[in-house]
Design a protein around this ligand. Sequence first.
Ligand code: PLP
Length: 424
Amino acid sequence: MNLLNASKSELNTLYSQLKEQYNACCSKGLKLDMSRGKPSAAQLDIVEPMLTVLSANEQTKSRETDTRNYGILTGIIECRELFAEILEVPVGNVIAGGNSSLTMMYDTIMRLWVFGAPESKRPWIQEEKVKWLCPVPGYDRHFSICQQLGIEMIPVPMTEDGPDMDVVEALAADKAVKGIWCVPKYSNPQGYVYSDDCVRRLANMKTGAEDFRIFWDNAYVVHHLTDERPNLLNIFDECAQAGNPDRVIIYTSTSKITYPGAGVAAMACSDTNIEWCKKIMTVQGIGPDKVNQLRHCRFLPDAEAVDALMIKHAELMRPKFDTVNDMLMRELGDTGVASWLAPKGGYFISFDALPGCAKRIHKLCADAGVVLTNAGATYPYGIDPEDKNIRIAPSLPPVEELRAAMEVFCICTKLAAVEKLLEK
Ligand code: PLP
């Protein structure tokens, strides 16, 4: 039934039925979690052989060093080669680091903040105002970094081709706007892939700030859910061709290839940016965990090996995405109070409820024992102006638990919608 066309008495009847169903859910004492994009235990288990690829002293030698010792600031060559292949950039432009790309992004912003970029007039902290473009809905942890530093976040609407480039180009003309967050492949949370036109416009646009940076967070570069391999234009090359080689800094990691807690992260950028990073990194530390880097490269020697592993991940993930999609379709498909995306990769399903209902759904679910990502988390400052977007993360729970959680979610979505419609 389309709830938007229902009469008041139909809504009242439905409300009583839903309330009964909801109370039944609450009495089950559920404890279900769809809040964060974590791989499941089964996914972590398929990486087990990596734990034993290095089992003797002589196996810890990489091509250029004894990985057990200090040194090699930018990571072992094998690891840089692997990321260079995945990101399609020259190996000399890759730094392989510790276990988190988010940490690398944070470090980059802090370096810009404290020292400025090579071409900056002054460290960013000395600027009167620093603003940042945030395609929305987006990744909450990106927004938290800006918020912590007092960087003013400007939301930019996402389209299925990437951020609305007319808006981006207009806003980037302001010299206080220093950068933009981008998750270009299987964006978090929509699963969109940026179009060629979008990538070209980002590389070529005029910016007011001479030290503008694109944070190209390619976290889901190899995280396909189907056999399709969508092409993402190479922004590193596009920026170089546009005469803006220093504009982009690319990030990725193996967090959702091997282990989120013990993977390897990497960044890629122009020669000038690499030299700038190295100068600061030399003081920051003596080198990354090279044993873990070597372990990764022995287990995953090239992009082909990564792809083979990602196919196994997809086999475990796809039934979960299908479960969510099927249940949403069955329970909410004809209600007119919900829309969602069926991504072909990445880790999330972006769900839109009736405006004004997301926080209520979150609360109803929480009270029934189902944890969702906070409503509003996909927007800067945690404020979704329409209070409608919810990021569903189906990867962690086993399918049976996911089904139970989605049953509650669908009841809560309808209940919140009926409450809202009855208010009118
Ligand atoms: N970037 C995006 C877009 C993510 O969704 C996530 C995790 O969910 C991360 C980065 C975190 O990456 P890492 O584990 O390498 O810090």
